[in-house]
Design a protein around this ligand. Structure first.
Ligand code: GMT
Length: 375
């Protein structure tokens, strides 16, 4: 197949899933064309089946807001026509699904029928999408998609609850590539972070409010009072400087390292003992799956799709959103005993195997084939 993938090229979960899916499809011999405004963060190598088409938005003094959606639709028309794509797969509804719809209509005037699949990732439904600013366009473009997928059952239910969706929605969970995410020997790094063999806790995110990063800091304060430990805060975003202030006021700065955005996240996960994800809302929790693949159990909230990933008392624990005391108590239960910690680590790895790329990729390929057969 010749597949066009549209996504945000940043470190955000939807862009990561789109890029990893494209890379895996290319490995299977499909031709994959990424169409976005800059090189996707994880598209960092050359392959004969992978192509990147940059959407450039022309600026003009009249524009307070440059019309990215129009530029993207025009680029889609161009790439579909000249690369003779079979199918478009857009990740994150806003504005990718409506741009794909527009491109489809334009291409029809050239006698070209291009089906498009929309994958909903989370905030495109739960936060941004259901806002009246975007809702009519999101509803329309979901209904006009030739196929719709969500990354969890919970996100499917949320979509059906908040939008008047007529299309059938298929749940295809996120996945992990064990070729990249697996425990790596990084003892020198572990020694540098935790010279006295302290436990290492980790949080990775875009530091937006929805991630409740200050709960991570508050939880760590409580854990650190009982168990000698260090906290790695990976990523960057609006809450970071507030979190740094919070560490100062809680007097734990010497135990917390803010590492900023990191490419080789699997190396940092490899030295970690426990992953913290107290999110307000989380459609799937890909970052927790990446941790589990590296044998790192997870303390998460029970929001959104997290119960479809985390198994309470097996590969981690779940608490109600905001219940920092409960999260800290459960973290201490896992961390205080080597044997318990090792069991949770092994279980995390086993749980991650349920989401092995090798199991999920064929589901996407079957879905594409069904859509193409329907045309
Ligand atoms: O977590 C974010 O804010 C980024 C966001 C995205 O769309 O890039 O992530 C969402 O998609 C990920 C991949 O499917 C999911 O694993 C995340 O749970 C989801 N985030 C939220 O629902 C808040």
């Amino acid at each position: 197949m010749k597949i066009g993938i549209v996504c945000y090229p940043t470190f955000g979960g939807s862009g990561v899933v789109a890029t990893e899916l494209g890379k895996a499809l290319a490995d299977e011999g499909h031709q994959v064309h990424f169409i976005t405004y800059s090189q996707p963060a994880r598209l960092d190598f050359f392959s004969e089946n992978l192509f990147y088409h940059e959407v450039s938005v022309r600026d003009y003094p009249l524009f307070d807001y440059a019309p990215y959606e129009s530029a993207l639709a025009s680029k889609l028309v161009d790439v579909v026509r000249f690369e003779q794509l079979d199918l478009l797969h857009v990740h994150y509804a806003i504005p990718h699904a409506s741009a794909a719809f527009m491109a489809k209509q334009i291409l029809a005037t050239y006698g070209i029928n291009i089906p498009f699949v929309t994958t909903l990732h989370g905030t495109d439904i739960t936060l941004v999408g259901k806002d009246p600013t975007y809702k009519p366009v999101v509803t329309f473009s979901i209904n006009q998609s030739d196929g719709v997928t969500t990354v969890s059952q919970d996100l499917k239910e949320d979509t059906l609850k908040h939008f008047d969706v007529k299309r059938e929605i298929k749940v295809i969970p996120n996945f992990i590539d064990f070729n990249r995410f697996s425990l790596q020997p990084k003892d020198h790094f572990k020694k540098a972070i935790a010279p006295n063999n302290e436990r290492i806790l980790i949080h990775t995110s875009n530091f937006r409010k929805v991630k409740r990063t200050s709960d991570v800091i508050k939880m760590f304060k409580k854990i650190q009072e009982v168990i000698p430990s260090k906290l790695l805060m990976v990523g960057d975003g609006p809450e970071r400087s507030y979190n740094e202030q919070l560490c100062r006021s809680l007097d734990i700065c010497e135990h917390v390292r803010f590492l900023g955005k990191q490419d080789a996240i699997e190396e940092i996960l490899s030295v970690s003992d426990l992953f913290l994800m107290p999110s307000e809302s989380e459609s799937f929790g890909l970052a927790a799956l990446e941790a589990m693949a590296c044998k790192v159990p997870a303390i998460t909230s029970n929001a959104g799709g997290l119960p479809e990933l985390n198994i309470d008392g097996y590969c981690g624990y779940m608490s109600n959103v905001g219940d920092v005391d409960d999260m800290a108590a459960k973290a201490i239960m896992i961390l205080k005993d080597d044997e318990v910690l090792n069991t949770f680590k092994e279980n995390a790895f086993k749980r991650a195997q349920d989401f092995d790329l090798k199991k999920i990729l064929p589901i996407y390929i079957d879905f594409y084939n069904q859509i193409l057969e329907r045309q």
